[in-house]
Write a protein that binds this ligand. Structure first.
Ligand code: FAD
Length: 509
């Protein structure tokens, strides 16, 4: 750190001690170089001043939200960089119930934002990821993602406007706070940029009414053809707020990790917090009675939530979903899983490690409905071709599936392997959960195999023409672009960040 930089950043907002900065070198998957310091601005003004001061000194900027990603987005480059930790920028600037918008500082977590909006009967259009207890609005807007409200689009579809701090410390406001776009979509250009174009300081997001009535359905399927057929059909009809599924392996992992007691407790707590003790008891009893055996021997499962203003509408949507899904080979099972997840939408991030403390990393691709079955079989073939080596090194795989639009669904294979945990896991996983894990010693051979399979899987997704969120330093973007399109992105990067100091290397820029 130069003296000029040290004097530009308030001492209370800067960590330089290696013991304190070490955590920020690790994402959920990998470890990167150490930053010269961790800058945790308390205000947007301080954020802008600090970024300007750093780049004037030739120090690069790497933004970090909740640190819940695994694609190297905030693992710095091999040059001096200041890691900007946005976690103190958590103000809700305005909830505008007339225009149905909310303006927040980007370090706020999805969970904290939902907690403030829910009592007002509101939520953001796409309202977060399962990691939302820690993951931030800024991370979601910069990396994109899908889960809650996926039928309304991916996370960035909620964005109307951003205040972005550019590499030289200038604050740029994109678009309009109530309509997008006005001419070319400037807000859109800053979405999913992984911080390549600047650090998002504030975001204005679209609000919608929170669902008032819900219906839940869970279904078992014998074959991948049946489950993907049902996902595509549910997506096309647009009747589900969320529709996600597990392959047999992932299902068994989930069952090993959480107990029935914790299911009942989390459901009951949530319902009580929402003010209905009677409903909490009733739903808790139902979940307990259903037990967990309903998922034994189920090859694939799909879990669906219908969300509407009135109960009869939600029930009618679910009746139609049941008709469609059963017609395609699905068999209704207990609907405990979607009910519990919706009641506790942002659970602790304990699932970032396996049930015995294995390492965990997902790889994903969005494929059009027409390619889901072909994609699934190609992935299984890749794993079969490497089966002997995977067995030797204890590498196991499961898959999460999710409908994201009438056009496309997500296939997210997940690796589990025996390897020691890193400081981020030890920081993020609940201490009580951590203490129960068996854990594993360092295992470079298994980790190297996962790294190779992860690359092979990404190459396979590219051959299938898949689209990715969380591009960061992991998914190849240039190859998927038309050359002229890529040149335009490079020109924009050069305009916004002429010295190449804003998260250098992300997106391959
Ligand atoms: C247990 C678990 C569950 C998950 N569930 C989901 C899920 O349901 N759906 C899903 O899509 N993903 C999921 N993820 C992945 C991940 O949590 C999400 O991608 C999430 O959006 C990351 O947000 P974050 O705030 O932690 O961002 P970070 O990991 O801190 O950063 C992500 C990227 O955004 C950049 N960035 C962060 N903040 C800013 C900013 N203010 N301005 C500019 N750039 C910025 C960083 O440089 C980096 O490139 C999950 C991860 C875990 C561990």
């Amino acid at each position: 750190m130069t003296t000029a930089l040290l004097s530009a950043i308030p001492a209370a907002e800067l960590l330089t001690d290696a013991a304190q900065t070490d955590l920020f070198r690790h994402d959920v998957y990998a470890t990167g170089p150490a930053p010269v310091g961790v800058f945790r601005p308390a205000t947007v003004e301080s954020l802008a001043a600090g970024i300007g001061a750093a780049t004037r000194e030739g120090v690069a900027i790497v933004p970090r939200g909740g640190g819940m990603s695994y694609t190297g987005g905030y693992l710095g480059p091999d040059r001096p960089f200041l890691l900007v930790d946005t976690s103190a920028l958590t103000q809700i600037v305005e909830i505008n119930e007339t225009d149905m918008t909310v303006t927040v500082e980007c370090g706020i977590t999805w969970k904290d934002l939902a907690a403030v909006l829910r009592p007002k009967g509101l939520r953001v259009k796409s309202w977060g990821t399962l990691s939302g207890i820690s993951a931030t609005v800024g991370g979601g807007m910069s990396q994109n993602g899908v889960f809650w409200g996926a039928s309304g689009g991916s996370l960035v579809d909620a964005a109307l406007s951003f205040d972005v701090v550019l590499a030289d410390g200038t604050l740029l406001t994109t678009g309009s706070p109530f309509f997008r776009p006005y001419g070319p979509d400037l807000t859109g250009l800053f979405t999913a940029d992984c911080g390549a174009f600047g650090v998002k300081a504030r975001a204005t997001l679209r609000l919608v009414r929170e669902g008032a009535a819900f219906a839940y359905g869970s279904f078992a399927f014998e074959t991948p053809e049946a489950v993907f057929g049902a996902m595509a059909a549910v997506g096309r009809e647009g009747l589900a707020a969320e529709c996600f599924g597990f392959d047999p392996f992932l299902q068994s992992q989930r069952m090993k990790r959480d107990s029935l007691a914790s299911d009942v407790k989390s459901l009951a707590n949530m319902m009580k917090a929402q003010g209905s003790v009677f409903k909490a008891l009733k739903e808790g009893a139902k979940v307990a009675l259903a037990g967990r055996s309903f998922l034994d021997d189920v090859p694939f499962s799909l879990h669906i939530i219908a969300e509407r203003r009135r109960q009869n509408e939600a029930d009618a949507d679910m009746a139609e979903i049941v008709r469609i899904v059963e017609g395609l080979g699905g068999k209704a099972i207990e609907n405990t899983i979607p009910k519990i997840l919706r009641a506790n939408s942002f659970p602790p991030v304990n699932s970032m490690v396996g049930p015995a403390g294995e390492r965990w990393v997902p790889v994903h691709g969005f494929l059009p409905n027409s390619k889901l079955v072909e994609g699934w079989h190609a992935i299984q073939q890749l794993f079969a071709d490497n089966g002997a080596e995977m067995a030797e090194h204890g590498v196991q795989t499961g898959a999460l599936l999710a409908v994201v639009s009438p056009q496309a669904s997500l296939i997210e294979p997940v690796f589990f392997w025996p390897e020691e945990l890193n400081p981020l896991h030890r920081h993020a996983v609940e201490p009580g959960h951590l203490s129960k894990l068996k854990g594993f010693p360092a295992n470079p051979a298994s980790t190297a195999l996962v790294a190779r399979l992860r690359k092979d899987l990404i190459a396979l997704f590219q051959r299938l023409g898949a689209i990715h969120v969380q591009v960061a330093r992991t998914y190849p973007l240039k190859a998927a672009h038309h050359p002229e399109g890529w040149t335009a992105l490079e020109a924009l990067k050069a305009q916004l960040d002429p010295k190449g100091l804003m998260n250098p290397g992300v997106l391959g820029l």
